[in-house]
Design a binder for this molecule. Structure first.
Ligand SMILES: [Fe+2]
Ligand SMILES: [Fe+2]
Length: 305
């Protein structure tokens, strides 16, 4: 791709990205197992959510440092939109995580302390190159996770509490939307293949190890770790998730990997279009219709079809 093509593509990406301030109002009755048909998935998601108020500010700080190192207006615009989206994500996760803490899970503050220490340490003691590679590695993995979640949404969220499910799906349609941001920054400021792969492997192993530590602790608190039926359900779920995730992670290893070559899922495109046309209540999707080709909000069913 020539430099002019590359800048054109960056404009396209920056042009389509939007910072959306969506408020998710969790019901009073909300429990830690917000999908009673899939308690193990509930705690995998809860564990991932605990990382967001530490991980995403760390990504933002890395991208702010990157912003100071470039004069490319297209790249600066892309960074600003990326930062806006990530800031909105972690604020909503903070609210959700407070609800989990209020339910009395002791592992919530414990995991928060571990995650805070991890990301403070990376920010303070690792090089800018490492932090940039971590950011790109994490975002490449988040794109793969976003595709997996959208593809398997009926199975994973079909029986879920609508607000939590809608929070996660909002977050990941935006992860899909800003798929090029850290890649473009990494390419512009560094671009070394081995650093990109090291960042991917480090970020993937780190976040998955912390996620496992978190969901294990949460499942123990709910008496679902030693229970063999629950453990079997967990392993079956992990097989299903990694069956869909692994081919998507492997393609990132190719030297010529470019997130632009990963087509966006139709459901995510439809989500963006509905928001652009004024759908206000994507914070509460109709979970009975989550498997349909386009998102259906609970209160404006069919209005944007
Ligand atoms: Fe995010
Ligand atoms: Fe992201």
């Amino acid at each position: 791709m020539s430099r002019s093509d590359s800048i054109g593509a960056q404009h396209m990406t920056a042009g389509r990205m939007t910072v959306r301030r969506i408020q998710f109002r969790f019901p009073d009755r909300l429990g830690g197992i917000w999908n009673t048909a899939r308690p193990q998935f509930s705690h995998i998601v809860n564990s991932g959510s605990l990382a967001m108020p530490y991980l995403e500010p760390y990504l933002i700080e890395t991208m702010r440092q990157a912003r100071a190192k470039t004069a490319d207006p297209a790249l600066i615009a892309e960074i600003d939109l990326y930062v806006g989206q990530e800031a909105a994500h972690f604020r909503q996760h903070q609210q959700f995580n407070r609800r989990l803490a209020d339910l009395g899970y002791e592992s919530v503050p414990k995991m928060e302390a571990v995650l805070k220490a991890d990301y403070q340490s990376f920010a303070r003691h690792r090089s800018f190159t490492f932090n940039l590679a971590y950011a790109e590695g994490f975002e490449a993995m988040a794109l793969a996770i976003g595709h997996m979640l959208v593809e398997d949404r009926a199975y994973l969220f079909g029986d879920g509490e609508p607000t939590v499910s809608s929070l996660i799906l909002w977050h990941f349609v935006e992860e899909i939307e800003h798929k090029c941001a850290t890649y473009d920054v990494f390419k512009a400021l560094d671009g070394r293949y081995l650093w990109r792969i090291y960042g991917l492997l480090f970020a993937t192993v780190h976040i998955m190890a912390r996620a496992r530590q978190g969901y294990r602790a949460l499942l123990i608190e709910d008496g679902l770790w030693s229970n063999w039926r629950s453990r079997l359900a967990l392993y079956r779920l992990l097989l299903r998730i990694f069956g869909r995730l692994t081919p998507r992670l492997l393609r990132i290893l190719k030297p010529g990997y470019d997130p632009r070559s990963v087509p966006d899922p139709a459901w995510a495109i439809s989500w963006w279009q509905q928001y652009a046309h004024g759908a206000k209540d994507l914070s509460e999707l109709d979970m009975t219709k989550i498997g349909e080709p386009a998102p259906v909000a609970r209160t404006t069913e069919g209005a944007f079809q």
